[in-house]
Design a protein around this ligand. Structure first.
Ligand code: KIV
Length: 296
């Protein structure tokens, strides 16, 4: 968000600013039609902050859609949290395409963004276009996301020219875990300048938004104030336009250690485990099924 948009949010002493039209808000607004990248640009212009969650199946996506989450990402994080891989690297186009179609079918309002998985765009723009086209045509998503700043510019340009909205992803890019590891990016002057250059480059190439993953808050805020497209933070502090979380972390379903930047808003692991134990005990004890669950 540019500084001018931020200034729209507060009125200087002695002036009367017109109240923002809350019926248009991305989160909490009245519109029931599918959200587009133009709605996102307008929200950024109004200085609105907005939430994004990952989703990997129709039922969970429908819950988030009914909760008003305006943008859902069918992330390749499905590799770690949904498909049982150790990283996002093995995720295939077929896996992304099938689960993206399910998320689209489960939702009415949210903009659905599908990740281009590792190996589906690194060969070059033509490969990126072929795979992104498949996700748009076959799965019905409204946009795709790919990782990389300057290294992915040709891909972003060709997709945008072809009419495919692109969300960029810089900072920590998990598909490069084998080269990069999992650590905060953009620390130190040189790395910070590189990240800022990447951010401006993806904007100039036509990306409609950019994810900033695991970046110091001060740098993420500077990027946000420099760009006119929205920044979506994950582990990037409070200064970005939007925030994204992997939903299994957000609801406490992910087992083991979760990153410090996530916040757990529920403990579904406990709820599901308790329900499974209660069911098992009733089956073993002969109290399920009861007469009301039984046909004669
Ligand atoms: O795959 C994913 O879930 C992501 C988010 C962490 C932004 O890329």
């Amino acid at each position: 968000m540019s500084l001018s948009a931020a200034q729209n949010q507060s009125s200087p002493a002695g002036t009367t600013a017109s109240a923002p039209d809350s019926s248009k808000a991305l989160y909490g607004g009245k519109s029931t039609r599918r959200i587009t990248i133009h709605d996102i640009a307008a929200a950024t212009e109004r200085g609105e902050k907005w939430p994004m969650l990952t989703a990997y199946d129709a039922m969970t996506a429908s819950v988030f859609d009914e909760a008003g989450i305006p943008v859902m990402l069918v992330g390749d994080s499905m590799g770690n949290v949904h498909l049982g891989y150790e990283t996002t690297v093995p995720v295939t186009m077929d896996e992304i395409a099938i689960l993206s179609a399910a998320v689209v079918r489960g939702t009415k309002r949210a903009l659905i963004v599908a990740d281009l998985p590792f190996g589906s765009y690194q060969e070059g723009p033509v490969q990126a276009l072929r795979n992104a086209t498949r996700l748009i045509k076959e799965s019905g998503v409204g946009a795709v996301k790919l990782e990389g700043g300057e290294r992915s510019l040709e891909q972003i340009r060709l997709l945008v020219e072809a009419g495919i909205p692109v969300m960029a992803h810089i900072g920590l890019t998990p598909q490069s875990v084998n080269a990069m590891g999992y650590r905060v990016q953009g620390r130190g002057d040189e790395a910070a300048h590189r990240l800022l250059r990447d951010a401006k480059a993806v904007q100039d190439a036509g990306a409609f938004a950019v994810v900033l993953e695991l970046v110091p808050e001060e740098l993420a805020t500077q990027v946000t104030q420099t760009l006119h497209i929205p920044t979506i933070g994950i582990g990037a502090g409070a200064g970005t336009d939007a925030q994204v979380l992997v939903y299994t972390d957000m609801v406490g379903l992910t087992g083991g250690k979760v990153p410090r930047f996530t916040k757990q808003y529920a403990n579904l692991r406990q709820v599901l485990g308790d329900a499974a134990k209660e069911f098992a005990e009733e089956v073993v004890g002969g109290t399920f099924p009861a007469p009301e669950h039984t046909f004669h």
